[in-house]
Design a binder for this molecule. Structure first.
Ligand SMILES: Nc1ncnc2c1ncn2[C@@H]1O[C@H](COP(=O)(O)OP(=O)(O)O)[C@@H](O)[C@H]1O
Ligand SMILES: [Mg+2]
Length: 620
């Protein structure tokens, strides 16, 4: 129930549109009811039944006093409602009355459809606004969730929340609101007609209703479960698709088309099966409801008809027609009401998944009144820092070191030692489990994220570019920066020459994730980006390790320019970087096992000298 309240609370800001839509829905239902009610008086006019037959209540048949009062009560309502219509349509002759009826019918239908339009339009407005709201909320949430959220989930699933689930949720809001109003109002009204016309027959009909509603409830529960599963399967399909498309190069290089194909086919097959399971139930709902409702109708027809045939006259001919018409008109809204319940269940399953994302605790939160740090003046300290991604699997253990302003500190160590993780703590991609990291004595957790990250420039091995122009990729995050500055940065990054060789120069589109550029070109664009940002602290994570010697030289030159007059933390691959470092830390299994300058560490003859032998000898 809480889930419903939460979902529908999104509608509050749209109360105006919703009011118009709901009012229109209500009026539409009322006018539809009016049309049905007009049938009786119209028939009376056509067949000139002058005074409506008074129901024959045969005295002495044993109706107890209260029931008789009920009869008379309903009868007087019936007569006054019919009288009202008669008055409205009454003309000086039967012909005139007929014309009046025709005009009345036209007017009612016209109005009814006008309200149908208003209801449809305003509901669609609200619906789309709600979709937008949830999409934006989810996206905003994704931006605030820390990196490990995305690393531990498949991209397709993450995307599916924003694309699929929101739509399913939205459909249920439409139905829950729009049709719920129209259909329940229409149902109540028709039911009222039935009661007024003959409460005895209607009581009979009521015996069947609990069966129908029990069935509806049962189906709804089943469908919610199946819908949840099929949505998950859909997310699987998106995931496989996403991965294959993004890794098209690898797939081809390894001739894994068959493997990927079977993976995808399996995902679509599973979705198909899940959907089929759901479809089986969903499409069973309508026929069964329809049949049940018709059975109810036929029972009524049999009883009422028998009475008429036997001449006991519970109903006049016109009343009987209205009764049957109302009875059968009742089938559709009741059927629709069952669909509403089902759709609501599906929608709530989607809502649950959406809210699960929205409720995911944010690990990296800015403190209220977080301090802003405009510049880095003295020292970065890691103080007894420990960290793990998963409980019980420590990645960093009791790490302490410091980096003074203007220094170059290099970290070396075997892959998987925790080097990248160590540097990911500085921009607060993660927070330490124990200990703390400080800049100029401020715990990172006390600083505003924007000011902290504003101090940092990060260049990693894997350069991520956006599908945009080179110009915009270099100027990413720097709104309205002058084009000359972009060119200056590109020059310093040794990127200007290759950029101007492109036909469209700085306006060249780099393609999806920058696939139109070589590794070295991408890297130099990333360096230009960092140069343009002009950060005080630089982080290099194996920035040159994937490059060939020639581009490595160009990139290294660019890096040297970038490093000038800054504080640098580098996960080193190149010997030259290491030799120039003020301090080298050797990381092994998440612990610092050695520290010092190149010469000191070589002289020690321990891990570093071994690594040096293995890794860097060839470079020297
Ligand atoms: N997002 C993550 N979730 C779980 N474990 C991770 C994650 N990222 C890295 N690890 C693990 O943490 C350890 C250190 O990784 P990393 O810092 O990338 O090492 P390095 O950069 O030294 O190669 C490795 O064992 C790696 O498997
Ligand atoms: Mg790494």
């Amino acid at each position: 129930m809480n889930l419903y309240r939460r979902t529908f609370s999104v509608l509050v800001p749209f109360w105006k549109q919703l009011s118009v839509a709901s009012l229109s829905a209500a009026l539409h239902a009322l006018l539809s009811g009016l049309l049905i009610w007009m049938v009786g008086p119209l028939l009376n006019t056509l067949f000139q039944v002058n005074s409506p037959l008074s129901p024959t209540i045969i005295p002495g048949q044993g109706s107890p006093q209260p029931l008789q009062q009920l009869n008379t009560g309903f009868d007087s309502i019936k007569e006054s409602m019919k009288g009202w219509i008669d008055q409205l349509a009454a003309g000086s002759s039967r012909q005139d009355t007929l014309i009046n009826f025709c005009i009345l019918i036209l007017a009612v239908v016209l109005l009814k459809n006008l309200f149908l339009y208003l209801q449809g339009f305003y509901m669609a407005y609200v619906q789309q606004a709600v979709v937008r709201h949830f999409r934006n909320t989810l996206f905003d949430k994704y931006l605030r969730l820390s990196l490990d959220y995305f690393q531990s989930r498949r991209t397709g699933h993450v995307m599916s929340r924003v694309t699929n689930d929101v739509v399913v949720l939205n459909e249920s809001i439409d139905l829950g609101f729009n049709r719920l109003i129209t259909d329940s109002l229409f149902t109540i009204m028709l039911f009222g007609f039935l009661l007024i016309l003959s409460w005895k027959l209607t009581l009979l009909a009521m015996i069947v209703l609990p069966v129908i509603f029990g069935f509806i409830w049962f189906i709804g529960r089943k469908l919610r479960k199946y819908s949840e599963r099929s949505q998950e399967r859909m997310a699987d399909v998106t995931s496989v698709l996403e991965e294959s498309v993004n890794n098209a190069r690898i797939v081809k290089a390894f001739s894994m088309e068959t493997f990927e194909r079977s993976k995808f086919f399996k995902a679509t097959q599973n979705y198909f099966k899940a959907l089929l399971r759901m479809t089986r139930i969903r499409h069973l709902a309508s026929p069964i409801n329809d049949t049940l409702a018709t059975v109810a109708g036929v029972i009524i027809l049999l009883f009422a008809g028998s009475q008429i045939v036997a001449g006991s006259g519970e109903l006049s001919a016109a009343d009987f027609m209205t009764y049957i018409l109302a009875m059968f008109s009742l089938i559709k809204p009741v059927k629709d009401l069952s669909q509403i319940h089902i759709k609501l269940q599906e929608g709530m399953a989607a809502a649950e998944r959406v809210f699960e994302v929205i409720d995911t605790p944010e690990k990296i939160i800015e403190r209220p009144n977080a301090a802003t740090l405009d510049s880095f003046t003295s020292v970065i300290r890691y103080e007894s820092v420990s960290f793990s991604y998963n409980p019980g699997e420590p990645v960093l253990q009791d790490i302490s070191f410091e980096v003074r302003r203007g220094e170059i500190v290099a970290v070396v160590g075997p892959s998987g030692a925790g080097k990248s993780t160590l540097f990911d703590l500085l921009p607060r991609f993660y927070d330490p489990l124990l200990g703390r990291v400080t800049i100029d004595g401020h715990d990172l957790r006390d600083l505003s994220l924007a000011s902290l990250r504003g101090l940092l420039g990060i260049v990693t091995q894997e350069t991520i570019l956006f599908n945009d122009s080179i110009q915009n990729n270099i100027a990413y995050g720097m709104n309205g920066v002058a084009p000359e500055k972009v060119i200056d940065a590109a020059r310093a990054a040794n990127a200007h020459d290759f950029i101007t060789q492109f036909e469209h120069g700085y306006q060249t589109q780099v393609g999806n994730r920058g696939v139109m550029l070589s590794g070295g070109q991408r890297q130099r664009i990333a360096i230009a980006r960092a140069l343009l940002k002009d950060p005080q602290i630089l982080i290099f994570d194996e920035a040159t390790s994937s490059l060939d010697t020639e581009s490595e030289m160009l990139v290294q030159q660019a890096i040297d320019r970038l490093m000038a007059n800054r504080t640098t933390l580098v996960i080193a691959h190149r010997l030259s970087t290491i030799k120039n470092a003020d301090r080298i830390l050797v990381l092994e299994n998440g612990r610092i096992v050695e520290g010092g300058t190149h010469e000191q560490l070589l002289a020690n003859g321990r891990t570093y000298s071994r690594l040096y032998e293995m890794q860097f000898r060839g470079d020297a």
